[in-house]
Ligand binder design. Structure first.
Ligand code: COI
Length: 369
């Protein structure tokens, strides 16, 4: 089998006509796509074929392809940024490649060389340069995807796969911009469970979240707060990891996020926030199990300072209210500014991460293409 998906083997077929760029203000998250995509086929016994850049467009798949029946699909999300010098940058793309290989392995899809694939993605980005917005807060969202393509209804590993990446110019994830959100603590459905696939970025983890999200919306909340178990252990918020900043029972200021126990998606932004916080060394940083009664108690005692979600799409998403068993938990935002939409620590993570992503703060995480 061939494992080589290096740029040396990359072929290009370019689109005969190019699309018209949208203005930044018109961008809706994930609704417009660039001219080209990257695709690599895999066949059992043969390995990976040559990667190709080709016009973005429909895939030809037989309706029996396993992706349509048994959810052989995993994906990633990462962004390309343009810095002040006009250079293209990626943020920790190696993390996405590692996670994608973990996700693929969980659903018996083939392993690929992440470093080589990043080089192919870089070539795609050079091709799609004009699509990368240069304005702060805007970027080109990349969606690496792998699907099982074998035409067979037997429930077993797919004998063929397609690894592709599409690109979408994006602005702020929420149409409302950087605004604090309300969460609906869901005590019925669970997003993931011990021994399940919550730590893999599988498409199958997302479709079942829509009905609960619609229920949350009926309660005036923008996202679901995912819980598990009778003690209402906290898991994630919507499609994001969860962070709490409080003064703990011991009286220490502490940043806490659920520990990666197999039910939590190992977010790149999550990891970056933990790493920044540990480098700053200004408060305790913990990864552990968290329960709703701790949150209720912290609010009651005035120890709850900030709550936010973290993810590639929104970076951080400040939370102002959690609806839990018919009661509201209120989280202070910016004590210094009644109009403010984020607590000072949430804001600082946002600004630091954006600074690194756009190349204004030098950091090894930002990779020049
Ligand atoms: C995130 O970046 O928070 C995501 O999970 C992306 C989402 C569009 C699936």
């Amino acid at each position: 089998e061939t494992h080589d998906i290096s740029v040396a083997r990359l072929t290009k077929t370019l689109a005969p006509t190019l699309k018209k760029l949208q203005r930044n203000e018109e961008l809706v998250f994930g609704e417009s796509f660039t001219d080209h995509m990257l695709a690599v086929e895999w066949h059992k016994g043969q390995g990976w074929l040559a990667p190709e850049i080709r016009p973005h467009g429909p895939l030809m798949l037989d309706p029996s392809a396993v992706v349509f029946h048994y959810a052989f699909e995993c994906f990633e999300g990462l962004k390309a940024y343009k810095d002040k010098e006009g250079r293209i940058r990626l943020f920790r793309p190696d993390m996405n490649m590692k996670r994608m290989n973990n996700s693929a392995q969980r659903i018996a899809l083939p392993h690929f060389d992440g470093e080589q694939y990043i080089e192919c993605i870089k070539e795609l980005l050079r091709q799609e340069q004009r699509w990368i917005p240069s304005e702060y807060g805007y970027s080109l969202y990349l969606r690496p995807t792998m699907i099982g393509t074998e035409e067979a209804l037997g429930v077993r590993a797919s004998k063929s796969a397609l690894l592709y990446t599409i690109c979408s110019p994006v602005g702020p994830y929420y149409a409302t911009g950087f605004k604090a959100i309300s969460l609906y603590a869901n005590v019925r459905e669970v997003r993931a469970w011990p021994g399940g696939v919550g730590n893999a970025k599988l498409g199958a983890n997302y479709a079942p979240t829509i009905v609960p999200a619609e229920q949350a919306a009926q309660h005036g909340c923008q996202q679901v707060l995912w819980l598990i178990g009778e003690q209402h252990e906290l898991m994630e918020v919507g499609t994001m990891n969860l962070f709490i900043f409080w003064t703990n029972r011991e009286g220490q200021r502490e940043l806490v996020t659920p520990v990666l126990d197999g039910t939590i998606l190992p977010g790149v932004t999550r990891d970056s926030i933990l790493s920044l916080a540990r480098t700053w060394g200004e408060f305790e940083v913990s990864e552990r199990k968290l329960y709703m009664n701790e949150l209720v108690e912290a609010e009651r005692d005035g120890r709850l300072h900030e709550v936010f979600g973290s993810g590639t799409a929104a970076i951080v998403s400040p939370v102002k209210r959690i609806s839990y068993l018919g009661q509201d938990i209120h989280i202070p935002l910016d004590p210094a500014n009644p109009e403010g939409q984020a607590g000072p620590l949430t804001q600082r993570f946002n600004d630091t991460l954006m600074g690194i992503q756009y190349g204004d703060i030098p950091h090894e995480w930002s990779v020049v293409v």
